[in-house]
Design a binder for this molecule. Structure first.
Ligand code: PMP
Length: 288
């Protein structure tokens, strides 16, 4: 059976699911998107993802031609058409078809599409043993340019950092901001643990407000694990007792080496492992 893709209100075969070469999403990265998970047939943290999508769209003056509830139903409809109870969901809104110039006002109408597919995570081993990362020489979006809070279709900055990581022989890179403070990874948020306290950079350090990040902060509060949003320097990474990254696709991944320095014992930390378990329980509970 061919995979079905939802485009502008209609389900189509993957082979027929195409956008125009004049779409400004393709020509200029003019658009926004969400990466979402479906667990046990339910859209995980649907409201938070849809809120971020509409906020991102508003920020770039893009009007989404569907209501959040309609998009939520469309995600479920697409997953159902593909017989998926667990999958990754890519929801994309482009500026739509226009002329070759930048002017978004010449684009007739935004295009919305939803792809549901199997999820590609890090290898199982990484979740058990942790992973090595580097800090990138590419900084996260400057606040005077496009806000890192907008989940836009232009990921070149992150892609360059990802290439730098691959060149260094590691799967992921941590990006600093224009002040040299820690921001986030190429497509994941970052946490450290120091003296039993879970810390993650603040929104104003230039990060995407990760949905998984928020779930982890809430879980810490529920479990009475001290936590907070704090500006961190590269040095804080080097002296951390534990480190992990969070994201919709990756979930919670322990980091055990940063720029050649072992993190803590070199094994995934106690609090990290506790939060991985709590996150898995939360997924099961929220699918009920
Ligand atoms: N930062 C960036 C730059 C991202 O693209 C993402 C999403 N993959 C995240 C952080 C993590 O956000 P979420 O937990 O909502 O997936």
């Amino acid at each position: 059976m061919s995979l079905k893709v939802w485009i502008d209100g209609r389900l189509m075969d993957k082979a027929d699911a195409k956008v125009s070469v004049y779409d400004h999403g393709l020509l200029y990265g003019d658009g926004v998107f969400e990466g979402i998970r479906l667990y046990h047939g339910k859209v995980f943290e649907a409201d938070a993802h849809l809120r971020r999508l509409f906020d991102s769209a508003k920020s770039i003056r893009l009007t989404i031609p569907f209501a959040p509830e309609q998009l939520k139903s469309a995600i479920q409809e697409t997953a159902k058409a593909n017989n998926f109870a667990d999958c990754y969901v890519r929801l994309v809104v482009t500026r739509g078809v226009g002329y070759l110039g930048l002017n978004p006002n010449k684009c007739s109408s935004p295009s919305v599409f939803i792809i549901t597919d199997t999820i590609e995570m890090y290898p199982k081993e990484v979740y058990e043993k942790g992973m090595a990362v580097i800090t990138s020489s590419y900084i996260r979006n400057h606040p005077g340019a496009m806000s890192a809070r907008v989940k836009s279709l232009n990921y070149l900055n992150s892609i360059l950092a990802k290439i730098e990581a691959a060149d260094a022989g590691v799967p992921e890179a941590i990006m600093l901001n224009h002040l040299g403070n820690v921001a986030e990874c190429t497509a994941d948020n970052l946490f450290v643990v120091k003296f039993g306290k879970v810390l993650t950079p603040t929104i104003t350090d230039g990060i995407l407000e990760g949905v998984t990040r928020q779930v982890i902060l809430d879980l810490c509060r529920n479990l009475a694990i001290p936590c907070g949003e704090h500006t961190l320097q590269r040095h804080d990474l080097y002296i951390a007792d534990e480190c992990f990254l969070t994201g919709t696709g990756a979930e919670v991944v322990p980091v055990t080496k940063i720029d050649g320095r072992q993190v803590g014992s070199g094994q995934p930390g106690k609090i990290t492992r506790r939060l991985i378990d709590a996150f898995r329980t939360y997924i099961r509970e929220s699918a009920k």
